[in-house]
Design a binder for this molecule. Structure first.
Ligand code: URA
Length: 258
């Protein structure tokens, strides 16, 4: 197994690449005219050329990170413990670019748990999920069926740190944070999961295609679960609110019947 320095150097390099760094410069300028030609190109030894591709070690690092996530999440005995375990988790490079950990909001132990995708700018600033425009729409949707994060809903995301420029979560990030999400659901023990949008469907159901999936009850991690359109999608496609309303009524009925 490689050292901790290796992993943090690799993560720092990946983060710089993510930010768009494409050139390496030294602290002091180099006068290239003064450097002997024989030194201007690195000499690659036959041994180095035969070395295994770095892909294998990147895969090992990803496997190590998933194993570390499993161990940390599995050791958490309650939601506070899980939050602390996430705060201490150093394998996900998103953490380095985020202002805050966005763990959850609402009522722990509520009958309804909502799973979104990832924090955006507003959520990153406040350290709470769904507080921006999509979150305000989500609050109105919940209010329409008599629910609220103040007293009847618990809310989290697939990823607890904001991806840079709100880009889509990467599959390896979702895989790494999956053990935390699974444990989060087990500890919150909701009766009903509302799965908001494609990325949450991918993480919880292993499939996407929200237009087909929405409205059909299924099971996710042993909980009754309904995929719904993400509120950010509804902001862009107001015509889809009609289906979203039908899905909200379906949640309301399930809570009444159950
Ligand atoms: N979109 C999400 O999926 N989650 C948030 O917390 C905010 C926007």
């Amino acid at each position: 197994m490689e050292s901790a320095e290796y992993h943090s150097a690799l993560a720092a390099l990946a983060w710089q690449i993510e930010l768009g760094v494409d050139t390496c410069i030294a602290d002091a300028p180099i006068d290239r005219y003064a450097v002997p030609a024989s030194l201007t190109k690195p000499v690659v030894s036959a041994k180095a050329q035969d070395a295994p591709a770095p892909v294998a070690s990147a895969r090992d690092a990803a496997d190590d990170a998933v194993a570390a996530a499993r161990a940390a999440a599995g050791a958490a005995q309650d939601l506070d413990g899980l939050r602390a375990a996430l705060a201490a988790f150093e394998h996900c490079e998103l953490k380095r670019g985020a202002r805050n950990l966005v763990f959850a909001d609402g009522v722990p132990g509520a009958r309804v748990m909502i799973v979104g995708e990832a924090p955006g700018r507003d959520e990153d600033m406040e350290g709470k999920p769904f507080v921006g425009r999509a979150g305000q729409l989500l609050d109105r949707m919940l209010a329409a069926i008599g629910l609220s994060r103040a007293d009847s809903v618990y809310i989290t995301n697939v990823l607890p740190w904001r991806p840079p420029q709100n880009r889509d979560p990467k599959p390896e990030e979702v895989a790494m944070m999956q053990p935390f999400l699974r444990r989060h659901i087990a500890l919150a023990a909701p009766d009903v999961l509302m799965i908001m949008g494609n990325h949450a469907c991918q993480a919880l159901l292993g499939k996407r295609g929200i237009t087909r999936l929405r409205g059909d009850w299924t099971r996710a991690h042993d909980v009754d679960a309904l995929p719904l359109f993400h509120p950010a999608y509804l902001l862009r496609n107001p015509a889809a609110k009609r289906e979203a309303w039908a899905d909200l009524l379906s949640v309301q009925k399930r809570l009444r019947d159950g």
